[in-house]
Ligand binder design. Sequence first.
Ligand code: BYC
Length: 313
Amino acid sequence: MHDDVANESRFQERIDSGEKIEPRDWMPERFRHQLIRMISQHAHSEIVGMLPEGNWITRAPSLRRKMALLAKVQDEAGHGLYLYSAAETLGVSREDLIDQLLDGSAKYSSIFNYPTLTWADVGVIGWLVDGAAIVNQTMLAKSSYGPYARANLRICKEENFHKKQGFEIVATLAAGTTEQRSMVQDAVDRWWWPSLMMFGPHDNDSPNTAELMRWGVKRRSNDDLRQHFVNITIPQAKAVGITIPDPELRYNEESGDWEFGAIDWDEFYRVIKGNGPCNAERMKARRSAHDDGRWVREAAAAYASRDTVAAEE
Ligand code: BYC
């Protein structure tokens, strides 16, 4: 008991002095548990996040667009792999984490439960969804847990390319025909509010934020990051003539913030409880991809055990 108290205060001192916690270091069980929850949710989001955009690979309007989208969706798979590996350093198996996704007990980001109705959605996802993810993950790249911080550093570099390819699609459509302009505006109208929800509930309604900030896992709160995202995104929308679907949006000269209207939290909780527009479809697609990939996992495991047997002989 005495040891635990001493360990815990040493642990907090290390965090407060900006040291990274590494896999073999002592850590409170609750810290381990919170990181597994958060990193695995993040990994699942990357993998499920491949689905809405993956739907458009065969329908991309040119070879150049197809190559960029293909590379982006493939990058998301890579992000999932870095993150599952980071979670495994905490003593949990990848198989167990995947089972939790497939049986519905683990969450993934609310944003991927919305449909991609037109090509403009691909641009808007890159611009807004990857844009929001970069804001969040730039902060997580400074997280106190070493493997998670390093995974996010690498992810952010790739997400910057994703955001640029999305914004370029948006800018091209926004400068196009009347039909193209209304298609991209319609996509922004549908994705704007769900993008703000990506940052999670308001700080006062967020059960995990205070603890995660005390441990340096999160360095900034949900509301703080959401405001930063709005502040950097409004000038980008203005630059290409896109209207943000919020009549209450106002610039506050004193604070330098773009103040925005109320978020529909009923919708947010409905989506994270599994009742969003595409939750069932996404889980069905993930389960069938998992079943289809069974032979690959079995072949890889058989190949690996053959090497072990050969090494022992
Ligand atoms: N969606 O106490 P709170 C990408 C849950 S993928 C679903 O504030 P916390 C990309 C939360 O889990 C980027 N659930 O939680 C990929 C908690 O429930 P549990 C994904 C949400 O952890 C492909 C409860 O609500 N990024 O970029 O302090 C293509 C209370 O919330 C959401 C990450 O996953 C949500 N939006 O903060 C394109 C980043 N928000 O678990 C792009 C890593 C909240 O207690 N995660 N919940 O049952 C985080 O930064 C934080 O976990 C969150 C939530 C900000 C999401």
